[in-house]
Design a protein. Structure first.
Length: 349
C-alpha cells in the first residue's frame, strides 16, 4: 500500500520539504486521542524473543531508528508508535547551525538510495534537551553528538564535551559521530591519535558520573582494513562500549543512476541499498578480527528482514534503519521483527 500508493505521491516533493510535512502530519494526528493506540496496534510487535540486553539496557526489539531523521528530538515519542526498539536523535552540536546550502538531499530511486550533504543542521543541543524533557514514552533514546562546522579539529573535543554534559541526563546512550562526510575535515578525527584523545576524554567525564552511560563510536564504511584494525585497538584501549557501523559512504561505485545525474547532484554521503554489502563486510571484519570483543550496531542498506538478519549473522547485536524507512514505509520495522522471529523459530538467528 505504501509503496504503491503513498510513496509515489511523497516522492513528487523535494525530500527535505516532504520530511517536514510528514513530521508535522504525524505530530498533528498523534495529538488526536486514540490515534497513538491505533498506530501501535498496527505496527508494534511485543515478543520476549525479540528482546536484547546490551550496555545494561533492555531493548524491546533489535530494530532502531538511525540518527538523522529526528535530529532535534521533536518526534521520538510519536515514532516509537511505529515499533522501534530504540531511537537515535541528532547529530547534535553545541550551537545551532543551518547546515549546508539547499538542496542538500537527493533521491536515487533506481538504486533505492539517498545522497545527502545536510552538514549537521540542527537547532543545538539545548533545544533537543528541552524536547527530551517532555518525553512521554519509555523508548530507549541514543544521543548522536558532533562538532560545529566552525570549530577547528584542534578544539573539537570541547564540542563533544559540551554535548555530552548537556545531554547526559536525558539520553540512554551516546553515539560519537566523527564519520559524516558532510562537515569539512570531520573524518580526520577518525585517525588514531585524535580519536583516542576524544574517546578517552569522554570516558573520563563518564566515569565521574554516578550512573555512567554507554558510549559508542560511529564509523565510516570507507575505512581500509588497516584503519579498521586501528578502530579495534582504539575501542580496546579506551574501553568504550561498542561501535555503530556504518555511516554514509562517499563511494559511487556500482550505481544504476546515470553518471550525469550523479555528477549533477555532487558531493554527499550515499545511503541505502548500495551500502548493504560494504556495511556487512565492515561488520563481519570488525566482529571476527576482534573476536566479538564488543557489540556492534549495524546500519547501512537495511531494507528487508533478510538484510537485517544478514547483519546480525555478520556479528551485529542490533540494527538501525533510515533510508529503508523512507523507501519501504512505516511497516518496515514490523516486517523485520517478524522475519527475525521466523528465523529464531527456524534456528537461523
Amino acid at each position: 500500500m505504501y509503496k504503491l500508493l503513498l510513496r509515489p505521491i511523497l516522492f513528487r516533493v523535494q525530500p527535505e520539504t516532504i520530511h517536514h510535512i510528514v513530521f508535522k502530519a504525524i505530530k498533528f494526528f498523534s495529538a488526536i486521542p486514540g490515534f497513538s493506540n491505533i498506530i501501535r496496534s498496527m505496527y508494534v510487535i511485543e515478543d520476549k524473543r525479540l528482546e536484547r540486553k546490551l550496555f545494561g539496557l533492555t531493548f524491546p526489539n533489535p530494530v532502531g531508528l538511525a540518527a538523522g531523521l529526528d535530529k532535534d528530538a521533536e518526534l521520538f515519542d510519536e515514532l516509537a508508535d511505529f515499533g522501534f526498539g530504540f531511537i537515535e536523535i541528532g547529530t547534535l552540536t553545541p550551537k545551532a547551525q543551518p547546515g549546508n546550502e539547499k538542496p542538500r538531499m537527493f533521491r536515487l530511486p533506481e538504486d533505492s538510495a539517498l545522497i545527502n550533504r545536510m552538514g549537521f543542521n540542527n537547532k543545538g543541543v539545548d533545544v533537543a534537551v528541552a524536547n527530551l524533557k517532555k518525553r512521554k514514552t519509555k523508548i530507549i533514546i541514543g544521543g548522536n553528538i558532533g562538532k560545529n562546522k566552525v570549530t577547528p579539529n584542534e578544539e573539537a573535543v570541547s564540542d563533544y564535551e559540551k554535548c555530552f554534559e548537556v545531554l547526559f541526563d536525558h539520553v540512554d546512550y551516546f553515539a560519537v559521530n566523527v564519520s559524516s562526510p558532510n562537515t569539512p575535515n570531520l573524518r580526520a578525527l577518525q585517525d588514531k591519535e585524535p580519536l583516542t584523545k576524544l574517546l578517552l576524554r569522554l570516558k573520563q567525564l563518564n566515569s565521574q558520573k554516578k550512573n555512567p552511560k554507554p558510549i559508542l563510536l560511529k564509523i565510516a564504511p570507507d575505512l581500509t582494513n588497516e584503519q579498521l584494525d586501528d578502530i579495534i585497538d582504539i575501542v580496546k584501549e579506551t574501553k568504550i562500549d561498542g561501535l555503530i557501523a556504518t555511516n554514509t559512504t562517499i563511494s559511487r561505485e556500482g550505481l544504476k543512476t546515470s553518471e550525469a545525474r550523479i555528477k549533477e547532484i555532487g558531493a554527499g554521503g550515499l545511503s541505502g541499498k548500495p551500502l548493504t554489502k560494504r556495511a556487512t563486510e565492515v561488520i563481519k571484519y570488525l566482529s571476527e578480527r576482534s573476536d566479538k570483543a564488543f557489540p556492534i550496531i549495524a546500519v547501512g542498506g537495511i531494507h528487508t528482514g533478510e538484510d537485517a538478519i544478514e547483519k546480525l549473522n555478520a556479528g551485529a547485536s542490533l540494527v538501525q534503519i533510515y533510508t529503508g524507512f523512507i523507501y519501504e514505509g512505516p511497516g518496515i520495522v514490523k516486517n523485520i521483527n517478524k522475519q527475525i522471529l521466523k528465523s529464531i523459530s527456524l534456528g537461523e538467528a
